[in-house]
Design a protein around this ligand. Structure first.
Ligand SMILES: [Zn+2]
Length: 499
C-alpha cells in the first residue's frame, strides 16, 4: 500500500518536472505537495443532490480509496485531479447517492435471465433487440437461451446474432421447438462447422448438449447477472430477503472482482437458533457483504403472535435484526404487537425491527411504527394503485415513520425510478421526490444499520453514486418512470456506463 502510494507520487513528479522533484527531496516535504490530494476518481459538472443537510447541493466530488474525499464546486474539486485520476464529466446531469433497495430476491433477479421469452415478439429486429438487452446484463459466456420465435422469422446466417453477441452463445428455439436459431459461438460450442443460423435434428442436439447442465442453478453466474442488472439501474446496495444465506457465495464473487452490488443478507427466521449460536449480529460483515438479519412472516393470528413473540425476543436479545413480512391491516398490526412484546421484554435498544411490505396497513397503526422506531420497508411500485388507491406515504412521513423503499424484484422490475414514480404519483398520499429518494437511500441504509457508511454523498462516506438522464426533482413527475441511469459507481469504481 505504502509502496503503491510512493510510486504514484514519483510518477506524478516526473510529469510535474524538476521544480516539484526538488520539493519532494527537500525535507520535511512541503504541506501542499499536489500528489497527496490526487483523487482516484472525480466527478465534475454534476447537478449533485447529496441528501446531506450540511451541504445539500454540489457540482463535483472526489473519491479516494473507495470513499468520498472531497465535495464542492468544480474549481475546488479540480485541484484533486492528478495524472492517474479518472475524471467523469457529468455534463450537468443529476448525480444521486446509489440506490439501496431494501427488499429484493437477489438470485431470483439473476435467474430471470436464464430464459428469454420470445412468445410476444413478432419480428427479427425485436428478437435481436431482446438478445442485445440480455448480452448487456449476463456475464460474458453465460448462454442466452430463449424460446418462442415465430415460425416465419428467417435467419439466413449467424451474422445478425453474432453482431450483438460475438462471444456469448445464443440458442433460441422456434415456437415449434423442432429447430432453433443460433449464433457462431453456439455452433462452436456444439462443435459444428457450418455457418447456418438455424439448426434442427442432430445439429440442434449437439448445440443443446453444449449448454452447461447447471445453466439455471449456477448461483455464482446468476448472482453476477443480478449484480450487473443492479449496476445498470443505479442500485448500489440490495437487501436480500430471499432467505437463501448467500454471504459466502457473495464474498467469493467479490474476491473475483465480479460483485458490483453491496448486499445485506437476511436469512430465514427458522434458522434463528443456528444464527444465535453462530454469533450473528445485526449489520455485521465487510463493506460489500453484510448480514445479521432474520426474516419471517405473520398474518397476525393470535396463535402466530404467541408463537413468534419468544422467537423474535430471543433473536433480538442476541443482537440479531428481525424482519417480518406483513401485508394487510391484521398482519401489520400483528407484526407490530410481536415487536412491541419483544422490545418490552428486552428493554431499550437500537434494534430496528422491520415490517416487510407494511402494505394496506390500518391508519391507526402508523403512530405505533413511529413510537417503536420500527422500520416500514415498503415497495411503492409493487403496491401502486394510482392516485385513488394506495398506501399513505404522506401520513407515514408526517408521523415520522422510518421509511425504507425497495422493489421486491424479481416479483417486479428492480428499477428504483418506478418506486419513486409510484410514491410521488399517489395523489394526496404522495411524498415529495426528495422524501422518496431519501427512503430509497438514507432510509434503506438506516434499515441495515449502515447510515454512517452510505445513503448520502458526504466526505468519509462510501463512494456509491449514480448519474441519471434527467433531473427527477424538476421534471414533470409523471415522467420519472422513464428516467434512465447513465453511469454507476460502487466503492469508487465505475461499474456501469450506458451505451
Ligand atoms: Zn419479497
Amino acid at each position: 500500500m505504502w509502496f503503491t502510494r510512493k510510486s504514484k507520487v514519483l510518477a506524478s513528479c516526473i510529469i510535474l518536472g524538476a521544480a516539484s522533484a526538488a520539493a519532494l527531496f527537500a525535507w520535511p516535504p512541503k504541506a501542499k505537495v499536489v500528489q497527496s490530494n490526487a483523487a482516484d476518481l472525480v466527478v465534475v459538472n454534476g447537478n449533485i443532490r447529496t441528501l446531506d443537510a450540511k451541504q445539500p447541493r454540489a457540482e463535483a466530488l472526489a473519491v479516494n480509496g473507495g470513499r468520498i474525499s472531497a465535495i464542492g464546486s468544480n474549481d475546488e474539486i479540480r485541484k484533486h485531479i492528478g495524472p492517474a485520476t479518472e475524471v467523469i464529466d457529468a455534463k450537468g446531469r443529476l448525480v444521486l447517492p446509489g440506490f439501496n433497495d431494501s427488499h429484493v430476491h437477489f438470485t431470483a433477479i439473476g435467474n430471470q435471465f436464464s430464459h428469454l421469452d420470445l412468445r410476444e415478439v413478432r419480428t427479427r429486429e425485436q428478437i435481436i433487440q431482446r438478445v442485445k438487452e440480455y448480452v448487456e446484463i449476463v456475464p460474458r459466456g453465460r448462454w442466452i437461451i430463449g424460446a418462442g420465435i415465430p415460425e416465419d422469422v428467417q435467419f439466413e446466417n449467424t451474422a445478425v446474432l453474432d453482431a450483438v453477441s460475438p462471444a456469448t452463445p445464443v440458442l433460441l428455439y422456434y415456437s415449434i421447438p423442432k429447430r432453433a436459431a443460433v449464433n457462431a459461438a453456439a455452433l462452436k460450442a456444439g462443435r459444428l462447422n457450418n455457418e447456418k443460423a438455424v439448426v434442427a435434428d442432430d445439429e440442434m442436439t449437439w448445440v443443446r448438449s453444449a449448454v452447461p447442465r447447471d445453466h439455471a442453478t449456477n448461483w455464482a453466474e446468476i448472482a453476477e447477472t443480478a449484480s450487473n442488472l443492479a449496476a445498470s439501474l443505479g442500485v448500489t446496495t440490495v437487501q436480500d430477503v430471499h432467505s437463501d444465506d448467500l454471504a459466502e457465495l457473495m464474498n467469493s464473487l467479490d474476491r473475483q472482482g465480479k460483485l458490483k452490488t453491496r448486499i445485506y443478507d437476511c436469512i430465514g427466521i427458522e434458522k434463528y437458533r443456528e444464527a444465535i449460536a453462530r454469533g450473528l449480529k445485526a449489520g455485521s460483515g465487510n463493506s460489500m457483504v453484510r448480514g445479521g438479519c432474520v426474516k419471517g412472516m405473520t398474518e397476525g393470528a393470535e396463535d402466530e403472535i404467541e408463537e413468534l413473540t419468544p422467537i423474535v425476543t430471543a433473536a433480538d436479545k442476541a443482537g440479531i435484526q428481525v424482519a417480518l413480512h406483513a401485508i394487510g391491516g391484521r398482519s401489520v398490526s400483528g407484526a407490530l404487537t410481536i415487536f412491541e412484546n419483544a422490545a418490552k421484554a428486552n428493554g431499550i435498544g437500537d434494534r430496528r425491527f422491520r415490517v416487510e411490505h407494511a402494505a394496506r396497513l390500518r391508519n391507526a397503526d402508523i403512530p405505533r411504527f413511529a413510537r417503536g422506531v420500527f422500520i416500514a420497508s415498503m415497495q411503492p411500485f409493487l403496491f401502486y394503485g394510482g392516485p385513488e388507491y394506495g398506501d399513505d406515504y404522506a401520513a407515514m412521513s408526517a408521523a415520522g415513520v422510518k421509511l425504507a423503499f425497495g422493489s421486491d424484484a424479481s416479483m417486479i422490475d428492480l428499477n428504483p425510478m418506478l418506486g419513486i414514480h409510484a410514491a410521488v404519483n399517489s395523489g394526496r398520499r404522495s411524498v415529495s421526490v426528495e422524501e422518496a429518494v431519501r427512503a430509497y437511500t438514507v432510509g434503506s441504509a438506516y434499515a441495515e444499520f449502515a447510515e454512517n457508511e452510505k445513503g448520502t454523498l458526504a466526505v468519509g462516506k462510501l463512494a456509491d453514486l449514480a448519474i441519471h438522464s434527467d433531473d427527477i426533482f424538476t421534471i414533470d413527475r409523471v415522467r420519472i418512470k422513464d428516467v434512465r441511469t447513465l453511469l454507476t459507481v460502487v466503492n469508487g469504481r465505475v461499474v456501469f456506463r450506458a451505451g
